[in-house]
Design a protein around this ligand. Structure first.
Ligand code: FES
Ligand SMILES: [Fe+2]
Length: 397
């Protein structure tokens, strides 16, 4: 988790709000027309610009643990294949054969030094080069060098694999992440162990993300799960260009009022959520467990798929430890699948009713406001959405 010094500063800020019954606030409330959530043409433009041009965290480094590990997935209907090469580097390709377009690997993960197409057995190496063709002589001459897999820009950083879904488009991760890269590095994501991973159908992209960006609903909606220990409506917010770190207070914060700072066990009393724009949320909910959520927009504005990965500090070695991890995993599943997303699906339904022409984000929802302002800036026609321009533009605000 974050460095101890900073944890203390964050705890101090959370405690001040706890004592005052206050929270970090935006200067004003903000209104956003519901077309931002519902208009299909706008949705298509936003997906093309934001999700297909910016680097997305598609996998945890942990999912590609060794040379020859691969992970195949669909992201926004794009078939992606991530492969860790013998040189240790992760590369991303379109998961499509260059002969007649068959899918190379079924979605999932595995190990293969050579990727062989299931259709006519053309084979590719870990760098995507076409290295052999079954029946090459009978097939006839082709220039194999031009028939490597289509590569996507890919870089591994802070325990995550970042990829741009548009072939031929590159990115500068230093510029895009800025100081958020160091912030993510404090999570040491490469040192955890994957306990469970699953995919959950959810409501639309913005409805879903809004719920990851505020503590306002925690006590009302999550009173029996993740909100049980959280101080509702208490948020300490830090921004890193388009990215954000949310600090929530745990109800035990009050114990610190009478405790000298030098004795604070800060990790027990606050909870950090790191939000990588546009669709990554990493939540250290309890000390030994962490939840990574990647929200991928679906084919229409009403749907998403959330990949939830539950991480544990070490593989459970006792029945008690296993039970604790299972309980954590079940709790976050329940909170999201049975509490957040049903509300979100109903919001999607309500959008069609015409009850609202705009949604209002409170002063106590500054991270939601920032998120939508970032989308607006990126969609501004005059913004050159290279990663460099995006980060420059955004950090200027
Ligand atoms: S489509 Fe892959 S070898 Fe023919
Ligand atoms: Fe929630």
């Amino acid at each position: 988790m974050a460095q101890p010094k900073e944890m203390r500063a964050l705890t101090r800020r959370a405690l001040a709000h706890f004592c005052a019954g206050s929270t970090d606030q935006a200067p004003t409330t903000m209104s956003n027309p519901v077309a931002a959530y519902a208009d299909p043409a706008r949705y298509a433009r936003e997906i093309d610009r934001i999700f297909r041009q910016l680097p997305l965290a598609l996998a945890l480094s942990l999912e590609l643990p060794a040379p020859a590990s691969y992970r195949a997935m669909y992201v926004l209907e794009t078939p992606v294949l991530l492969v860790r090469g013998a040189d240790g580097r992760v590369r991303a390709f379109l998961n499509v054969c260059r002969h007649r377009g068959a899918r190379l690997c079924a979605p999932g993960s595995g190990n293969a030094r050579i990727i062989t197409c299931p259709y006519h057995a053309w084979s590719y190496n870990d760098r995507g080069a076409l290295i052999s063709r079954y029946g090459a002589e009978a097939f006839g001459d082709v220039n194999q060098e031009t028939l490597g897999l289509t590569e996507l820009a890919c870089e591994e950083r802070a325990g995550l694999v970042w990829v741009c879904l548009s072939p031929g488009r590159t990115f500068n991760l230093d510029t895009w992440l800025g100081t958020f890269a160091e912030e993510l590095a404090t999570l040491a994501l490469g040192e955890w162990v994957i306990f469970e991973q699953r995919e959950l159908p959810g409501p639309g992209w913005k409805v879903t993300l809004d719920g990851y960006l505020e503590a306002y609903h925690h006590n009302s909606l999550h009173g029996r799960t993740v909100g049980k220990h959280t101080v509702g409506n208490l948020l300490v917010l830090d921004t890193f260009g388009p990215h954000q770190r949310l600090t929530f207070g745990r109800r035990s914060l009050g114990e610190l009022i009478e405790t000298p700072e030098s004795d604070w066990d800060t990790g027990k009393h606050i909870r950090l959520i790191h939000n990588g724009f546009p669709n990554l949320s990493i939540s250290g909910i309890l000390g030994d467990h962490c939840l990574v959520s990647q929200v991928f927009p679906g084919p229409t504005p009403e749907t998403t798929i959330t990949r939830q990965t539950v991480l544990v500090h070490q593989p459970p070695s006792t029945p008690e430890a296993r039970t604790a991890s299972e309980l954590f995993s079940a709790m976050v599943l329940q909170a999201v699948r049975d509490e957040d997303y049903p509300v979100g699906f109903a919001i999607q339904e309500g959008l069609k009713s015409g009850a609202n022409s705009a949604f209002i984000y409170g002063r106590n929802e500054p991270a939601v406001q920032n998120y939508h302002q970032t989308i607006a800036r990126l969609m501004n026609e005059s913004t050159d959405i290279t990663c460099i321009a995006a980060a420059d533009e955004l950090s200027a605000h």
